[in-house]
Ligand binder design. Structure first.
Ligand SMILES: *Cc1c(COP(=O)(O)O)cnc(C)c1O
Length: 452
């Protein structure tokens, strides 16, 4: 019987994260202060982030040690398994080989715990006892709640209102781990009250929730802010995924022709893809790297590469990235984790420079792929991850069409066991596609800040 699960022992877990900045021909442009428009320094960030994370944000050192305390917690679920999706290959009748890395085995159910644990650790080291954050679909909120719980810290979560209502079980899960969870916009912050006054029925957005969480963190000395995606240090922590996957592919005697991940803020995709970018830069590896986003929130494929705010209020630094405009309000699509208006500046730069490809998919086709994957492999994927799966299916079918072999590596960023309302909508034919209309995009991009 041929191999299905490719495992690493705990001793084979990576002891360092990979920092892609060391190998980028064009590192991202510097973040700018939201008020002055000048490049920010460490002191500008120290009100809301601990110094170690600020250093990781800017360093060009290639390998960063994973602290022992973080490794100890990683061992609860890492190294995560890599699977050969033989039953999916058979269902597709394709000559392609499909491998998937399963980050859904983490206690949080997604890859987000990889960075949550690291962020909680560095904050605790600096004496911070409380973190505030936003969450979209709820996966980040769960991950940070668990991480804060492990380190005996408090956690306050602003949850995008549409998800708060659509995904009540996620909130309960955060509460199991001791967090306090508020629907955003909330009445707790100045910005939340303003957003509610502007539109009492707003579904909320990640941009608004970030503004609220940053506002709270900036006000209190004992409270810092934590972000689940986009930032360089988050992407750094996620490279543990790709570093493991590369070892596991080698164990299977294989190497990918294409590496695929879904993109919200870009962290899980960057996490699996960047170690292979390293191979491209240092060994000339011929591997394609493909990020997949929803056609309703097509940041990399239709956004503008420009300086923009990370949040709606304009409190965060300006970063140079692909963006749909900080005021962009994505429709209520069923993958809350992919509704963000921007994308990681590292990933954006590599897409801009032609090292990384991006595609956008409609959600009905994505749920088709999710169903086929579930029925073949037995795992119900998160709707977010299903974007990557559907793209892998398309790659496998293209290989079949061309009559060629192709080795595909896809990141299963999380399981979908708390996404039953979305699956129910799909199964009962209530799911619609929302390709972003050109005029709405153009209007949203008009609000981009003018920079230098
Ligand atoms: C949050 C989330 C995403 C999107 O975030 P990235 O930073 O782009 O990875 C994707 N999949 C799952 C399961 C998530 O929880």
């Amino acid at each position: 019987m041929s191999e299905v699960k490719i495992l690493l022992t705990e001793n084979e877990m990576p002891e360092k994260w990979y920092n892609v900045m060391a190998d980028m021909p064009n590192p991202p442009k510097p973040p700018l202060h939201p008020g002055t428009g000048q490049p920010i320094g460490p002191e500008d960030l120290s009100a809301i982030f601990p110094m170690e994370l600020i250093k990781q944000e800017v360093t060009r050192e290639r390998w960063i040690e994973i602290p022992d305390e973080v490794q100890d917690i990683y061992r609860l679920w890492r190294p995560s398994p890599l699977y050969r999706a033989r039953r999916l290959e058979k269902a597709l009748d394709t000559p392609a080989k499909i491998y998937y890395k399963n980050e859904g085995v983490s206690p949080a159910g997604s890859h987000k715990l990889n960075t949550a644990v690291a962020q909680a650790y560095y904050n605790k080291q600096q004496g911070i006892m409380r973190l505030s954050t936003e969450t979209g679909a709820g996966q980040w909120g769960i991950a940070l709640s668990q991480a804060c719980n492990f380190f005996g810290m408090e956690c306050r979560v602003f949850m995008v209102k549409v998800s708060y209502n659509q995904k009540p079980y996620r909130r309960t899960m955060m509460e199991i781990f001791g967090s306090s969870v508020l629907p955003s916009p909330s009445t707790e912050t100045k910005f939340g009250r303003q957003a509610l006054a502007d539109d009492p029925d707003t579904p909320g957005s990640l941009g608004i929730a970030i503004s609220e969480a940053v506002e709270i963190a900036a006000q209190r000395d004992d409270t810092n802010y934590a972000l689940g995606s986009v930032l360089n240090h988050v992407v750094l922590h996620q490279t543990v995924i790709g570093l493991e996957a590369r070892e596991q592919m080698a164990k299977a005697g294989d190497y990918p022709d294409v590496v695929i991940g879904c993109c919200g803020g870009g962290s899980n995709f960057s996490g699996i893809a960047f170690p292979f970018f390293y191979d491209k830069q240092t060994d000339g590896a011929k591997v394609r790297l493909v990020g997949v986003e929803p056609s309703a929130c097509p940041t990399l494929t239709r956004g503008k590469f420009a300086y923009d705010f990370g949040d709606t209020a304009g409190l965060t630094p300006l970063v140079n990235m692909y963006t749909l405009g900080a005021g962009f309000m994505p429709p209520g699509i069923h993958s809350g984790g992919l509704r963000y208006h921007g994308d990681s500046p590292l990933l954006s730069q590599l897409v801009h420079d032609g090292f990384i490809e991006a595609v956008a998919l409609d959600q009905t086709s994505v749920f088709e792929g999710a169903k086929l994957f579930a029925r073949s492999e037995g795992i119900v994927p998160a709707p977010e991850s299903s974007h990557a799966i559907q793209c892998a299916i398309n790659e496998a079918l293209a290989a079949k069409e061309a009559g060629e072999s192709r080795t595909i590596l896809v990141n299963l960023s999380g399981h979908g066991l708390l996404d039953m309302p979305s699956y129910e909508a799909y199964l009962t034919g209530r799911l619609e596609d929302y390709p972003l209309p050109e005029d709405i995009l153009a209007k949203s991009l008009q609000s981009l800040p003018q920079v230098g």
